[in-house]
Design a binder for this molecule. Sequence first.
Ligand code: UT7
Length: 322
Amino acid sequence: MVQRFSRVAGTGSCLPGPPITNDDLVARGIDTSDAWITERTGIRARHLADAGQTASALAEPAARVAMAAAGVGPDDVDLVIVATSTPDFVFPSTACLLQARLGVRGGAAFDVQAVCSGFVYALATADLFVRTGQARCALVVGTEVFSRILDWKDRATCVLFGDGAGAVVLVADERPGILASALHADGSQAGILCVPGAIAGGGVIGDPFLRMDGQAVFKFAVRVLDEVAREVVAKAGIDIAAVDWLIPHQANLRILNAAARKLGLPAERVGVTVDRHGNTSAASVPLALDAMIRDGRIRAGHRVLLEAVGGGFTWGAILLEA
Ligand code: UT7
């Protein structure tokens, strides 16, 4: 019997509007500086969605590009999973809205809420659907409009994030693409990164903005990214040194560099887009993956280690062969 695997067949991206530089934020009245943001985070620019651009609106062009790259049409896609913490609505899910935008019908469509780990959670879930034969062609998207949930008066958070979408088409294949994955969560750490508000009775109950204990997040992220990367590589039975590319969640250049250093991987093998995208939460990993496939750095046969950490707390990693 042929062993069924899942393989990435195409990727796509969407970034709204022109890049907004750190100096542009200063010009908009935020009490910060290019020097502070660059030194602490490595971020030089981010993209911000217009008022009318929703998570599904950014997801649609990213998905269309990924589907074209994979050579699949709406009739081929039998699973849509969207990772987002900034959905268009409370319901229906952004995945259902995206399915309708694309003219996809019939298969399952649902959202995954794991904040910045959302895409890794979604891709690991899609892999299980494909490997068990429940889907043959999955569209997996990370899409965010984090600018909507930022307190633009809180300079410690508003300078860090950006908007965007990244998409992957995952298809059934006889050759292994996804080699191993691991997902984790620790709900006891919910308070260090959260939007502690809810919609009830026609208004927002609580705080509608992102709140973060930056230093606690930093320490937690560096530790769990190292642990989960080692776990996944061991599961796949390979050595860390055999990883061609590390694509961590693009939170902060210092976190990326610390994660690579702990793993013993040189900086040249780490995918970095945080400098030009900021932190796009669930979109950051697929945006970086797409950029590196398109610029020719990731080639067929390369081993790529995706890893992410985010609110919840959640974290996870996926090792795949391109
Ligand atoms: O997906 C996960 C998302 N989260 C993260 O990636 C966050 C991880 N944490 C971090 O990256 C860092 O903790 C930050 C970049 C958020 C902050 O860096 P820090 O070195 O931990 O700075 P801090 O919060 O301790 O603040 C240091 C100083 C403070 O001033 P004083 O009290 O020393 O006078 C802040 O008021 O920097 C000030 N500050 C700023 N100054 C200019 C905070 N934000 C800004 C700003 N511009 N945007």
